[in-house]
Design a protein around this ligand. Sequence first.
Ligand code: EPZ
Length: 416
Amino acid sequence: MNKFVITGGKKLKGTIRVNGAKNDALVIFAASLLTTQPVTVDNIPDIEDIKKLFKLMEKLGCKIERTGTSKYKIKTTQLNSHLIDSDIAKKIRASILLTAPLLGRFGRVRFPHPGGCVIGERPIDQFLDGYKSMGAKIRIRGNLYEITASRLKGAEFVFNNITVTGTESLIMAATLAKGRTMLKNCACEPEVKSLAGFLNSCGAKIVGAGTPYITIYGVDKLKGGVHRVISDRVEAGSFVILAVATNSDITIKNCEPGHLDALLSSLRKAGANFSVGKNSIEVRPSRLNSINIKTHEYPGFPTDLQAPFCVLLTQSKGSGLVHETIYEGRLTWTEDLKRMGADIHIYDPHRIEIKGPTKLRGREAESPDIRAGMAYLIAALCAKGKSTINNVYQIDRGYEKIEERLRKIGADIRRV
Ligand code: EPZ
């Protein structure tokens, strides 16, 4: 199993480019199953979760051809199965994104409860209730769900909990359904808007994506299309936090600052020194004061940047309360950060308090999921001495060749 060996305590310097968004690429690939015509997708990051989704889709009969550095062509004419492979599906939450298109194409789908980052219970009741409201039948066979519907019907559905993949799945389900669907209390993330833009370019009729109210007028079929995946706002945010926490001079390029409002306003409040360009953010050294953060659905403070921001708070003066509102298991990773010397008090599964600044010491840590893995990497770069991060597969799931890109800005990091 790969690991990173990092010697920290150095200021970094230079420019780092942001890749295409994992969470946009995953849903666009799934959506390509809604048409029998070819789909070309560009700006795809070379990361583990994408490779896993490719394997799932190829097992269903898809042909996926690489036609450029980050460009792929998908052909679904030979799609021949509605059974999603359990072994792979249990490794990525995004496997759930295949259920709506398969239901639309075959009128049936069989799948296991999706896996992925262990950051909370991550139920799928909203997906199942949504499909049921559109006339689908749900059965549980052993540890597989089986959903059937000759053709889904338009419906009105209100999400009890805001879920990005849930919103994306009901948009895809409604796209080929009979009649009009109205979705309420939807996720407003940029990836949801990007999905609707892609589907509309293929002939769908979706209105209101990016707001809590989305209306879809079902169509009989879609044509093929071409899509460029949006820049990864979570990767961009991780790099900005890395730059500020290590007190470095770094320019983050090829990003969409407008997708990072909540993070940038928090950093301004903490006294960070940075300037924002059209598609870039320039970070300069600064003295930080602690602030409180509370994660929230978009456009609020992203839960995927909570872990990296906790490390930044260990380097800030004063005490900061971190309130994780989305997941009940996304703060447990801080135990190892405490062992690196951080002053953290855990109040309950959703709240911790971090006092700083503290001198972090290099040590061994196990990355439990993508974002906590990135947080350990940032902590190791802040820390004095050597750190070893195990199970870097988790980091590779969301960040392409991270050690090579960080070495280019002066980080002492190697993969062993
Ligand atoms: C998406 O997950 C992202 N993944 C996650 O990013 C991100 O953390 C999350 O949105 C929140 O922003 C992708 O887009 C592939 P959820 P999603 O598990 O939509 C509750 C990363 O690091 N809920 O649906 O799958 C649930 O308990 C990953 O890139 C229900 O109650 O998020 C949670 O509180 C990690 N019932 C909230 O909704 C349901 O049926 C969101 O959870 C579904 C969800």
